[in-house]
Write a protein that binds this ligand. Structure first.
Ligand SMILES: CC(=O)SCCNC(=O)CCNC(=O)[C@H](O)C(C)(C)COP(=O)(O)OP(=O)(O)OC[C@H]1O[C@@H](n2cnc3c(N)ncnc32)[C@H](O)[C@@H]1OP(=O)(O)O
Ligand SMILES: O=C([O-])CC(=O)C(=O)O
Length: 370
């Protein structure tokens, strides 16, 4: 038995949800470029869950179901009020999502219909939790959804209390489309491993959120913005990045386990970053990002991933830095739940082996002789 570090190149399941072949990402066979230009996030949710694009009636029904499911139990809201004021936003989300299960009478029911209902609830409630957490820690009252047709619009309203403008809604919606699913990434794998024991969907999503939080995965978008803020000015980019590379530090938002010639989503986020930063007077972040991109690509041959330009996109939308990864979670919930449903449909316990590298032939030594 020989282990492959990080399971690189190991095919661990079959799946008909998304695929990455020769650098092309598709959801259910539709190219991400096509979806980014044309689809709403709700159409993508439907596509991931049910395997086809919705017709108008199906889309309207999903939008209405999401709106009807967006409120969270009072008990969960009260718990969020008790979180320490410096709670990490992903830790808050992980905890609140776990708590949702306590107040859902069908949390442990395993029929497909019940799991689809819970997928809708989770997709609708996660934005509400994030917005409520952000408002509560700022000393403001949490807000209920306004019932806009778009989840992006409802989230922006619940976060700010203001009617969101079309540019912000369109940008967030596209970011949600781009982040929705990505084959067997770490958090999706964690979700599948969890539910393959036939535990409940809330446990699967709680595992996934805890996994997305790390800086090598979803947490990288916040780390990118922290780096841009630390660099501060365009003139500081070259010495700062050179020093990082000399010190063998990882430049956040670059590199990918699967894409070696570039992430197909990055160009969409780059374009959005250019437009949004310019129109909001934050062009500096884009100019710095472009320089970092050119430098890291030329010096290391590493290309930006989905997290790199999303940092300046969310900053232009006036979203606080520590909500970037929770927003990624809003989007990836659609993929996680699709994978969980697929896992339940064709389940087998996921239990690989480990190559043992520890000592052998040891004998027990009584404690007084150690
Ligand atoms: C949504 C997402 O999860 S996308 C990924 C988000 N994460 C990041 O942006 C964090 C920065 N990137 C990374 O840490 C990595 O590229 C990962 C985690 C994405 C992929 O990791 P792996 O496939 O395991 O690649 P690994 O870390 O082994 O890197 C291979 C080589 O490239 C280097 N490398 C990879 N990424 C970077 C980076 N961002 N900056 C500098 N060097 C890097 C590694 O140091 C390593 O060099 P070595 O062979 O000299 O030791
Ligand atoms: O696929 C991965 O390894 C990381 C990920 O989630 C993504 O790129 O969206």
């Amino acid at each position: 038995m020989t282990a492959t570090k990080g399971l690189e190149g190991i095919v661990a399941t079959t799946s008909s949800i998304s695929s990455i072949v020769d650098g092309v990402l598709t959801y259910r066979g539709l190219d991400i470029d096509d979806l980014a230009e044309n689809a709403s996030f709700e159409e993508v949710i439907y596509l991931l869950w049910f395997g086809k694009l919705p017709n108008q009636a199906e889309l309207d029904q999903l939008r209405s179901d999401l709106n009807a499911s967006s409120s969270i139990p009072d008990q969960v809201l009260e718990q969020i009020k008790l979180y320490p004021s410096d709670t990490n936003a992903m830790a808050a989300l992980r905890t609140a999502v776990s708590a949702l299960a306590l107040y859902d009478k069908e949390a442990n029911e395993m029929s497909r219909e019940s799991n689809v209902r819970k997928a809708i609830k989770l997709q609708a409630q996660i934005p509400t939790i994030i917005a409520a957490f952000a408002r509560i820690r700022a000393g403001k009252e949490p807000l209920a959804s306004k019932g806009y047709p778009s989840l992006a619009a409802n989230f922006l309203y619940m976060l700010t209390g203001e009617e969101p403008d079309e540019t912000a809604i369109t940008a967030l919606d596209k970011a949600l489309v781009l982040h929705a699913d990505h084959e067997l990434n770490a958090s999706t794998f964690a979700a599948r491993v969890t539910v393959a024991t036939l535990t409940d969907i809330y446990s699967g999503i709680t595992s996934a959120i805890g996994t997305l939080k790390g800086p090598l995965h979803g947490g990288a978008n916040e780390a990118v913005m922290a780096m841009l803020e630390d660099i501060g000015e365009v003139d500081n980019v070259v010495p700062y990045i050179n020093k990082m590379l000399e010190n063998k530090e990882k430049v956040m938002g670059f590199g990918h386990r699967v894409y070696k010639n570039g992430d197909p989503r990055a160009k969409h986020l780059q374009k959005m970053s250019q437009q949004l930063t310019e129109s909001t007077g934050l062009g500096k972040w884009y100019q710095m990002s472009i320089q970092i991109d050119e430098l890291v690509t030329s010096l290391k041959g590493l290309k930006p991933n989905v997290d790199f330009y999303s940092a300046s996109v969310y900053t232009s939308l006036k979203i606080p830095r520590d909500l970037f990864t929770p927003i990624f979670a809003i989007s990836r919930t659609s993929g996680w739940t699709a994978h969980i449903l697929e896992q339940y449909d064709n389940n087998r316990l996921i239990r690989p082996r480990a190559e043992y590298t520890g000592p052998t032939n040891q004998k027990y030594i009584p404690i007084e002789e150690r």
